[in-house]
Design a protein around this ligand. Structure first.
Ligand code: BGC
Length: 506
């Protein structure tokens, strides 16, 4: 399970503190251009932008309930009831995209806007019309649609029956996905079934810090993960057999990962970092690419479960049939990436640690206080981690096409700014490491999606977490979108295919 990289052949001096900070100390932004045909996009998600939470027949979903029940769950007491009102102002968003010159828009469909009670028995035509209008407007402006069917917003009616913990969710999701294929297939250029299973399951059903707020560490989060993978697989297979031949488009799942860097290049830390990567990224990508949970997870969770007195592993196994169903359900890897963590091996391992996914990995994870940060604390800016993650994905899963489906940074100031030089620096340096991974590492990255086109409702950060390249003035009732400096920088990159003033082929 060890990551057999060059890292292990380093000198003794490097054992002390030789991580990416040292390796890339004198790093220069690359002046090599983007490969021909490389595409650029921007991303959003329904709950974060649409608003109109109960308008035109939309049913409630878990985030509506989460914030209505307890407004203090968001850092500024706000919620997504109005968000950026893109339900009414979507043309303004698309105008911003046109100004920037993006090739595509990644956005999500709110399940309960088209199926108010979650089931395909009752379709809300006004909700359907809204998305068709968005597709048409994008098409009219020459922007492709990259559509996510599920960005964390299960309808309340289904949550009342257990949500992602109920095995029936696999069929509920498949039926919803089929309806999406039928209703919107002709407009969609590329599909995503589900966004970031880790956040759905760990934050939503483990730690309980995201909707629906179920606290079931080390148990519920694994049940959720199993159901998410099966739901994705069934929806993907259905599309592959029945709808791919008709629409000739692609479909995949978005899995997010930070980079996990060993504290030192000692064998123990290198192994610890690899274990953490398997618990984070491998947990979802291993079943999809190789057909099962990562071996190390099966081993660790199985052993700990026994020691903790469970009569079976807390990590529910897949049957042989399920393994076959899940394996291979992707057309390309869609990766969301934002930041990096350091990983340190534990000297002595507890025989019975607290029951949780984090503890199951039995390693220590932290971020360096010297790393620059944005308004959201965990948002440490560590560009070299992006390049390392991309190379590791190629090393671990083979030469698969990769789409960066999200990358971006929050403002440093919670009240927002139009002069967002730090975001320009972030985009430039993250993309530079990505380009190095493409040119030097042979990693097949074909497109990059910036999160986000506009400042929007950043979940539990509320409007304190502003990640847009357009500022949305929340104190003006007309919610105007105003260009930040970064929108001009990104527009120039798209136009010139170069991160600097000029690029040279080499
Ligand atoms: C999510 C987005 C979120 C972004 C920034 C991603 O994990 O998909 O919904 O806004 O991170 O935190």
């Amino acid at each position: 399970m060890r990551f057999p990289s060059l890292l292990l052949t380093c000198s003794l001096a490097a054992l002390v503190a030789a991580d990416g900070d040292d390796e890339f100390k004198n790093y220069n932004i690359t002046n090599r251009p983007f490969p021909k045909g490389f595409r650029f996009g921007v991303a959003t998600a329904a709950y974060q932008i649409e608003g109109a939470w109960n308008v035109d027949g939309k049913g409630p979903e878990v985030w509506d309930d989460f914030f209505h029940e307890k407004p203090s769950r968001s850092s500024d007491g706000t919620n997504g009831d109005v968000a950026t009102d893109s339900y009414h102002l979507y043309k303004d968003d698309i105008r911003c995209m046109t100004e920037v010159g993006v090739d595509y828009s990644r956005f999500s469909i709110a399940w309960s806007r088209i199926l108010p009670d979650g089931t395909a028995d009752k379709i809300n035509q006004k909700g359907v019309d809204y998305y068709i209008n968005v597709f048409k407007e994008l098409k009219a402006k020459g922007i492709r649609s990259f559509v996510t069917m599920y960005h964390w917003d299960i309808p309340s009616a289904l949550q009342k029956q257990g949500g992602w913990l109920n095995p029936k969710v696999v069929d509920w999701f498949e039926a919803y996905a089929e309806l999406c294929y039928k209703l919107f297939g002709e407009y969609v250029d590329s599909w995503v079934t589900i966004n970031e299973p880790k956040q759905i399951c760990h934050a939503g059903y483990g730690a309980g810090v995201f909707a629906p707020g179920v606290v079931s560490p080390g148990v519920g989060e694994y049940v959720c993960a199993r159901h998410v993978l099966l739901a994705h697989a069934k929806a993907w297979r259905l599309w592959d057999e029945k709808y791919r031949p008709v629409f000739k488009t692609q479909n995949t799942i978005v899995v997010d990962s930070d980079w996990y860097e060993p504290k030192t290049y000692s064998k123990e830390d290198a192994e610890a970092a690899e274990i953490k990567r398997q618990f984070v990224y491998g947990m979802y990508m291993n079943p999809i690419i190789k057909g099962d949970w990562p071996e190390i997870m099966t081993k660790y969770v199985g052993e700990l479960s026994r020691q903790q007195g469970f009569n079976q592993s807390r990590l529910p196994p897949f049957s042989e049939e399920e393994k076959k169903l899940i394996k291979g359900t992707y057309d390309y890897i869609a990766l969301n990436h934002y930041t990096t963590y350091m990983v340190k091996a534990r000297g002595t391992k507890s025989r019975s640690p607290p029951v949780s996914w984090e503890e199951d990995a039995q390693v220590d994870v932290y971020q360096k206080s010297t790393w620059k940060t944005a308004a959201i604390d965990w948002f440490k800016i560590v560009p070299w981690g992006f390049g390392k993650l991309l190379r590791w994905i190629k090393h671990t899963y083979g030469d698969v096409e990769i789409v960066i489906s999200e990358n971006g940074v929050s403002d440093t100031d919670r009240s927002g700014t139009l002069r967002d030089q730090h975001r320009i620096d972030y985009i430039k340096s993250y993309m530079s490491h990505m380009l190095d991974a493409i040119h030097d590492g042979g990693v097949n990255v074909v497109s990059y999606t910036l999160w986000s086109i506009i400042d929007n409702f950043e979940w539990t950060q509320g409007f304190n977490g502003k990640l847009g390249i357009y500022f949305v003035n929340q104190s003006d009732p007309s919610l105007p979108r105003i260009a930040k400096d970064s929108s001009k920088y990104y527009a120039n990159v798209i136009k010139t295919k170069c991160l600097l003033d000029s690029c040279v082929e080499n």
